[in-house]
Design a protein around this ligand. Sequence first.
Ligand code: APR
Length: 277
Amino acid sequence: SVTDSGPPVLESRSIEAVAKYIKENDVNRVVLMVGAGISTSAGIPDFRSPDTGLYANLAFLDLEEPEDVFDIGFFRQNPKPFYALAHELYPGRYRPTIAHSFIKLLYDKGMLLKHFTQNIDCLERQAGVPGEKIIEAHGSFASQRCIECKKPYPNDLMKQMVGTRKVPCCDCGGYVKPDIVFFGEALPRSFFDSMPQVAEADLCIVMGTSLMVQPFASLPQHVGRRVPRVLINMQKVGGFGSRADDVMLLGECDAGVRKFAKAMGWGDELEALWEAT
Ligand code: APR
C-alpha cells in the first residue's frame, strides 16, 4: 500500500539516482546478497544457466537429479559425484572478478554493513573482504568433517585428497564432507543472527543470483520499505521491480558494477583495485 512505501526515495529508477541518494544521505550501511553469477566470469560455472550451468553439465556424473550432487542422503551412498565437482570448484585456482573487487571497494569506503553470499568459492575473501563482514550462507570449503562422527579433518590432507580426486575418509570409516550446506541441512547460525542487519541497511545490492533457494532468497524482502534495492543480474528475479525504489541493471555483473562505480566517480579506483587482485 502507498502508506508504508510512501513517495519514491529515488528521483528515478536509474543508477545515477542511486548514486545521488548515496551521496546525499551519506549511505554507509550497505548489505549485499550474491550468488554464482558474480563468479562465472572467473571461470566458475553457475548452477542454473541453461547451457553453461552446473546442473546442465552434471549429466556426465549420471545423476538422476542434478541437485543430488548436494544431497546429503545421496552423498552418504555415493560421494564420488560431489568429489568430481569439488575437484573443479576447489578454491585457489580462480581469480576474483571485478564484481568481487566492487564489494571490497564498498568495504574500503566504510560502507559495507554485511555481505551475504551463497557461493562456496571464497572469492570475496580472496578479494580482501574481511571475514567478519561475510556470511557464507551455504558454507564453504574452508573446513570439513566426518558426516558420521563429525570429527574435523585436516585442511592440508583435504586439499591433497581433492587434488588427486580421492574421497577423504575418517578413521571411523565415515566419508568426509566440506562444511558446505547440502540440501536438507541447516544454514549456519551466523546467517540467522545477521538477518536483523538487513532491516538496518540503507542500501541493498543483489547480484548474480536466481533467488531460487530459500531461506536465502527471502533476504531482499527484509530490506526497509524506504530503502533502495539494486539488482545486477542477467535477468529480473525475486520480485524485483515491485517496489518504487527498485533499480535493475540487467546484464553482466562485471558491466553492472562498472556502471555503478562510474556513476559514483569510482571508475579508475575500481579498475586499479581489481588490477591489484
Ligand atoms: N552476469 C550477470 N548475471 C549472471 C552472470 C553474469 N556473468 N552469470 C550468471 N548470471 C545469473 C544467471 O542468469 C542466474 O540468474 O546469475 C544467476 C545464477 O543463478 P544460479 O545458477 O541459480 O546460482 P545461485 O542463485 O547462486 O544458486 C543458489 O542454489 O544449488 C544451490 O546451493 C546452491 O548456492 C546455490 C543456490
